[in-house]
Design a protein around this ligand. Structure first.
Ligand SMILES: Nc1ncnc2c1ncn2[C@@H]1O[C@H](COP(=O)(O)OP(=O)(O)O)[C@@H](O)[C@H]1O
Ligand code: SF4
Ligand SMILES: [Mg+2]
Length: 335
């Protein structure tokens, strides 16, 4: 088994809710409330769940774009475990070479007043590559690697299509030869026809460069071909974690089943009625008692309304947080 690259233990991120003239703290949005997982070197772990389940906050907190409320994150580099949560600014700068992020919206994430050369070359400059010709050579190489014409490096983002802009974002993320990439819904804002091209690119880059991905998506069907393992999140917690094939063939948490039933399927004859996922994601500042999914769960019993389930291992590499995981026979998604 591949070695662990990143380990996240009991990560929490609470956003204070304030009120009144003196910004008195009246509560907390528990966006991430005790999330643990490990990323093995070279794998793709998908983090999925509906909008508002805390996926982006996990990604941003483990990269220290947000200050964590609690938890431990260690990044393993050359046999040494680096404590990300305790790193000072200087150490963080060093760490960020190895841990990069790709964003959902390629329109919003690129500075419209910078050329592709400046956007992709900026991390090189920040990390001390002052020589313009050297940067240009690297930018040329990166553009080529992501399928962009290097002759267009003096153009501005508006001159590119959505898919091409996402390629610019990917080139920038790759500039410093990272080990790991957090890709936050990298294809959600793109046309369906372009999504497959970007997914293929990400997959090829992963193979060629030995990258490790944390791939965030709200749509399970997007991660099916790129992910090795999937962690399903609901209201700030992981409710199921499994190898991709095991999850799709036999989900063990009713929320995973409901997400699959909600996912778009190519063949209309196979489409299930959308009855499995009714209602809204629970409010993370005031989650329901017991199992947070119980108001939406068609398998809920009275126990579910009062007792909080915990994430338990039920098979090798397969963990689930549901009182009824052992007895339920849930439907997956055929390939
Ligand atoms: N900066 C913030 N301040 C306050 N609440 C936030 C902030 N960012 C996210 N949240 C809240 O945290 C929860 C999780 O958000 P997010 O991590 O963006 O979810 P996802 O990426 O799964 O859609 C949501 O309820 C959201 O409104
Ligand atoms: S614990 Fe109960 S409410 Fe929660 S997912 Fe399982 S069956 Fe549904
Ligand atoms: Mg998000």
């Amino acid at each position: 088994m591949a070695e662990t690259l990143l380990e996240v233990v009991d990560l929490k991120k609470y956003f204070p809710i304030t009120s009144g003239l003196f910004d008195k703290v009246v509560g907390y949005v528990k966006a991430v409330d005790g999330v643990s997982f490990a990323l093995r070197s070279g794998e793709c772990l998908a983090l999925v769940g509906e909008s508002g389940s805390g996926k982006t906050t996990v990604g941003r907190t483990l990269l220290r774009a947000y200050q964590p409320t609690d938890g431990r994150v260690s990044f393993h580099l050359d046999g040494e475990a680096i404590d990300v949560m305790d790193a000072d600014e200087e150490e963080l700068k060093g760490l960020r070479r190895h841990m990069q992020m790709i964003f959902q919206d390629p329109y919003a994430s690129l500075n419209p007043r910078m050329t592709v050369f400046e956007i992709v070359g900026e991390p090189l400059l920040v990390h001390g590559i002052k020589d313009g010709a050297q940067r240009e050579e690297r930018v040329r190489q990166l553009m080529d690697q992501v399928g962009l014409n290097p002759q267009h490096m003096r153009r501005y983002p508006h001159a590119f299509s959505g898919g091409q802009r996402q390629r610019i974002g990917i080139a920038r993320a790759l500039a410093l030869h990272p080990r790991m990439i957090v890709a936050d819904e990298p294809v959600s804002a793109l046309d369906v026809s372009v999504q497959a091209q970007i997914l293929n690119l990400l997959q090829n880059l992963q193979d060629d460069l030995g990258l490790t991905y944390l791939f965030i998506a709200h749509d399970l069907s997007v991660v099916r071909h790129i992910a090795d393992r999937v962690a399903v999140m609901y209201v700030g917690k992981i409710v199921e974690e499994a190898p991709v094939d095991a999850l799709f063939s036999r989900p063990r948490h009713p929320y995973s089943e409901a997400l699959m039933a909600a996912a778009p399927v190519a063949d209309p004859a196979q489409r299930q009625p959308p009855l499995l996922l009714q209602g809204e994601v629970a409010d993370p500042s005031n989650p329901p008692a017991g199992c947070p999914f119980h108001p939406r769960c068609r398998h809920a019993t009275s126990q579910c309304k009062t007792e909080v389930p915990t994430l338990q291992s039920i098979e090798t590499d397969h963990a689930v947080s549901c009182h009824r995981a052992e007895e339920l026979h849930l439907s997956g998604m055929s390939s």
